[in-house]
Ligand binder design. Structure first.
Ligand SMILES: [Zn+2]
Length: 461
């Protein structure tokens, strides 16, 4: 049987998430399929069809929503949903259940990284930097590497990613998402934003002869009509979010301040936000500070990405509009240029203003979600390195965990479905040895991962 893309989309919308692996061998998947070896996600200790109940005995549970830790709990999972959570003494364990013993571990909801790039690989200048991705790599190679990226995320307990643009790989994120949902490759639940939008002069590739018509890492628009059209194209191809670059280059100004080049006008952004909200979707805005940041807020963006330099007016407007803040702190401690160069001074300035903005936003009560910009950072590094940055800048460990669970779920309009251990939620569950509230770094060593009711990894001793 041959399926069209819209058939697959309709079928995906009307079937239980991931319940029928290996169906619909469609031509759309071939470029990914050729390079994939898939072994992990289907080697489950519990087959929901044969054994509808799985039981987790948990030594401690941080449920992602409440402020208290519950000891000696029993979580009962039916198929891919959590059925109940209760004290071990009061639990009514169904006969014949698969039992997973995590009684010496801390159990949490699957983690959510709200800012990733599965199509970037750290961009080592010695390996050709950013440009080589677009100039030399076949899309199949980039898809193969993205397949490894999503597996890396799942291995580390990140069962959901909001992936914020493919950096010249077009709609490849839609394909990777379909491959995960179809059961071809293991990976997190993906919320994808496809190509991203910026303006002429607002995104690489740059620095080539002006006579050359170079490809770019984002879709460039000029004017509200083109802006709306780009959003329509991306949404019609399946974008879950729209990503917009509201600032581009940054440098240290004459008074020692961080300056960021603004890109879209308020009118251009408003056209995108209006269109996207009409589809019931949201807009994520990359914005460092200054004019571009204020245009992002005036244009009605739903989340500010990075937000390095938040002034008091911006914080007040974010509170008023309910704007999310995804700070991605880790990314600004990597690959600093030498201190005596303009780039090196900019790199240090970016980190130092961020260290002021984050605590200010935190104490003002801005809604903060965990995000790393990983992909910009190599996927060989731990994603959870962001947690200690947040805690060191004043966020209590429990709030840092909520920023990567229930709060991110709220931003993604998935409250109660993901980011929480509670009846009715999807069975996305992770566990660590140790207490992340005493040492947040233990989250860099997730040893048990269940996604959608299936055990992907269990190294708990
Ligand atoms: Zn990014």
């Amino acid at each position: 049987m041959r399926w069209t893309l819209s058939d697959i989309d309709r079928k995906r919308l009307t079937t239980v998430h991931g319940a029928e692996p290996m169906r619909n061998s469609c031509h759309v998947f071939l470029f990914v399929f050729a390079v994939v070896t898939y072994s992990g996600a289907q080697e489950s200790t519990s087959n929901p069809v044969l054994h509808p109940f799985t039981v987790i005995r948990a030594g401690a549970v941080i449920d992602g929503k409440s402020d208290s830790v519950r000891r000696n709990q029993v979580i009962i999972i039916r198929g891919n949903r959590i059925e109940s959570i209760s004290d071990a003494g009061a639990a009514n364990v169904p006969a014949g259940s698969d039992v997973i013993d995590l009684s010496h571990a801390t159990v949490l909801p699957g983690l959510i990284d709200s800012h990733t790039h599965i199509f970037l690989q750290g961009e080592d200048p010695a390996q050709g930097g950013y440009d080589v991705n677009i100039l030399k790599y076949p899309l199949a190679l980039r898809a193969a590497r993205a397949t490894v990226s999503v597996r890396r995320a799942l291995e580390q307990g990140f069962t959901t990613l909001r992936d914020l643009e493919t950096e010249g790989a077009g709609y490849g994120d839609i394909g990777i998402k379909q491959a995960i949902e179809g059961g071809y490759i293991p990976g997190p639940r993906l919320f994808v934003s496809t190509r991203a939008i910026s303006t002429t002069g607002g995104y690489p590739l740059e620095g080539y002869a002006p006579e050359l018509d170079m490809p770019t890492g984002a879709q460039l628009i000029d004017g509200p009509v083109e802006a709306r059209k780009a959003a329509r194209e991306q949404l019609s191809h399946g974008a879950d979010w729209i990503k917009v670059y509201m600032t581009h280059r940054s440098w240290v100004g004459k008074s020692g301040e961080l300056v960021s080049q603004p890109t879209l006008t308020v009118e251009e952004l408003k056209a995108i936000v209006d269109e996207t909200h009409g589809w019931g979707k949201k807009v994520a805005c990359h914005a460092y500070g200054g004019i571009g940041l204020h245009r992002a807020l005036d244009g009605g963006c739903d989340s500010i990405e990075h937000g390095l330099d938040l002034d008091d007016a911006a914080i007040a407007q974010m509170l008023k509009q309910g704007t999310w803040y995804c700070p991605t702190i880790s990314a600004y401690y990597h690959d600093w240029a030498p201190a005596d160069t303009p780039e090196g001074q900019r790199d240090r300035k970016r980190a130092s203003v961020h260290e002021v903005s984050f605590p200010k936003a935190l104490h003002a009560g801005v809604k903060i979600v965990f995000g790393t910009d990983i992909g910009g950072i190599s996927w060989s590094e731990p994603i959870a390195q962001e947690f200690p940055h947040m805690v060191n800048l004043g966020m209590p460990p429990m709030d840092a965990i909520k920023s990567a669970t229930s709060l991110a779920a709220e931003m993604l309009d998935m409250q109660g479905q993901i980011g929480v251990i509670a009846p009715g939620a999807w069975a996305d569950i992770v566990a660590v040895n140790g207490d992340p509230l005493a040492d947040i770094k233990v989250l860099q060593n997730v040893q048990f991962v269940m996604k959608d009711g299936k055990v992907f990894k269990n190294e708990i001793k």
